[in-house]
Design a protein around this ligand. Structure first.
Ligand code: ADP
Length: 475
């Protein structure tokens, strides 16, 4: 673990292993931190806070620039660790490392633009000044599906804002977190500015983050279930929270859309990271007149997706993260089939040619999916595209919005008027109109409703780590 500027074992002396989900092989072993280690991280972050928060934005930016250059220089190595530990194909891992590095660069620059404002007063003697000050020590909990970029997406804006931070990465991908912190170590951040506690059992560390009064802000990416628990507990201190939780993205192919183009888009975005993404399409609404050409094109593309080790040339489908994930998908597909859905392709675990050693599920298309099926409402987090046929565009918005989630939505249309109607009517935080990748360090990412609170990336992302302070001066 990285605590107060040095690499340390857990106080308990315990360790835990990280395994390759494609092969079941051991990848490495890391300290199994607990509450005591989390406290030490918070001690370090609290001690470092006064100096770091008073450093100039230019000084903070310099460290972030350095971290960005080091991460780019190391990107092949970090991508390799990710393939071994998380399973995604190497090209996708490279893309993620670059996306992760983008946050370091973007917030190095944004640190210099934390403008306040002056407000005219009704009193001649009064001046109002609004300034933004760092919140303080931040506790961050990150997931395994994007194990590098979800760390930098929190760390970069937090430290650019003048906060100090303690990160607890997911237990499935601690080595990716170590690789990122190796970059921070070499960027020579002052001791205590960035700290890492790895843990097999996340609960005691999470409890310290929410209960310790020195932690002023909790930022979490993970399941809605755990996000709710943490937010409830953080409420006892009215602790600031940012939550990036689950999703259930509609993917809409309008009557006027080109079904072949839309199928190409779905085949790319649905199977990215083997469907293990919170913005992955979960309900695909296709106008019945487009259904045949859409399914034909989709099937052709999905049947061409090769599953295997992320290091094998041409592989697009990596393993699921573990056997629980596999079981969840099998249950959802079985439930859908029992209720009348049909398998177009896939629909089974992959167990040939050595794949039985890992958690592989065939890229799958289900058609005739209806609202009674669990897959229509539960987040899938796997390579299954559930296709729903519709004919009345008037009812589309209500159908697409019929979820407690509200993260991403995708629409294919060639009509400008419809594009605006959809953009304005969909109750989701991120809308891709003929666009399957509406994400960037420069753009605000986050969800409505039970998909979360707050935004990451963009100016919004740094505001999450700042308090607004009003000064009234009588002169
Ligand atoms: P997923 O289903 O994607 O694994 P989780 O919400 O379980 O989502 O995990 C996301 C992150 O939350 C991980 O870092 C995990 O260790 C952490 N986590 C899970 N349960 C808790 C908990 N009770 N308290 C604090 N952190 C937790």
């Amino acid at each position: 673990m990285f605590i107060n500027g040095s690499w340390q074992e857990a106080k308990s002396g315990r360790t835990f292993e990280s395994y390759n989900p494609a092969t079941g092989e051991l990848v490495g072993s890391v300290p199994a931190g607990g509450a005591l280690d989390a406290k030490l991280c918070i001690d370090a972050a609290a001690d470092a806070l006064p100096q770091w928060s008073q450093a100039t934005a230019y000084q903070r930016a310099e460290f972030l620039h350095k971290a960005h250059s080091l991460m780019m220089a190391e990107f092949e190595h970090i991508a390799e660790v990710m393939v071994k530990e998380q399973g995604k194909p190497v090209q996708a891992a490279r893309n993620e490392v670059k996306y992760g590095a983008d946050f370091l660069l973007w917030y190095a620059e944004e640190a210099k633009r934390l403008y306040g404002q002056t407000i005219p007063s009704a009193r001649a003697d009064q001046r109002f000044i609004v300034a933004h000050h760092p919140i303080g020590v931040v506790g961050a909990i990150t997931p395994w599906n994007y194990p590098v970029s979800m760390i930098t997406r929190k760390v970069a804006p937090a430290i650019a804002a003048g906060c100090t931070i303690v990160v607890k990465p997911a237990e499935a991908t601690p080595l990716c977190a170590l690789a990122v912190f190796d970059v921070f170590d070499r960027a020579n951040f002052p001791a205590g500015v960035v700290n890492l506690v790895t843990a097999l059992d996340p609960e005691p560390v999470g409890e310290v983050f929410v209960d310790d009064r020195r932690v002023k802000k909790l930022t979490f990416t993970g399941s809605t279930e755990v996000g709710k628990l943490l937010a409830q507990r953080a409420a006892a201190q009215i602790k600031r929270v940012s939550l990036e939780l689950g999703g259930h993205a509609p993917f809409i192919v309008c009557r006027d859309a080109d079904p072949v183009h839309a199928a190409k888009g779905l085949a790319l975005v649905k199977f990215l990271n083997t469907g293990q993404a919170c913005i992955s399409p979960n309900r695909v609404y296709v106008h019945n007149e487009n259904m045949e050409p859409f399914i034909n094109e989709l099937q052709k593309r999905v049947e061409g997706l090769q599953a295997g080790s992320g290091f094998t040339e041409g592989v697009r489908i990596g393993p699921l993260i573990n056997t629980d994930a596999l079981a969840k998908i099998e249950n959802q597909v079985n439930d859908a089939l029992a209720k009348g859905a049909e398998v177009v392709c896939g629909g089974r675990r992959l167990q040939e040619n050595g794949l039985e050693r890992g958690c592989f599920y065939a890229p799958t298309i289900l058609k005739n999916v209806t609202p009674e099926m669990r897959i229509y409402r539960e987040e899938t987090f796997g390579p299954v595209a559930p296709i729903v046929s519709y004919h009345n565009e008037e009812e589309l918005l209500a159908m697409a919005n019929d979820t407690h989630y509200g993260l991403a939505a995708y629409v294919y249309t060639t009509e400008l008027k419809k594009a605006f109607r959809m953009f304005e009517g969909l109750r989701f935080g991120i809308i891709g109109i003929n666009d399957i990748n509406p994400t960037s360090a420069a753009a605000p990412f986050g969800g409505m409703q039970e998909s979360g609170l707050g935004r990451e990336g963009a100016r919004e992302g740094i505001m999450e780590y700042l308090e607004t302070k009003l000064g009234g001066f009588s002169i």
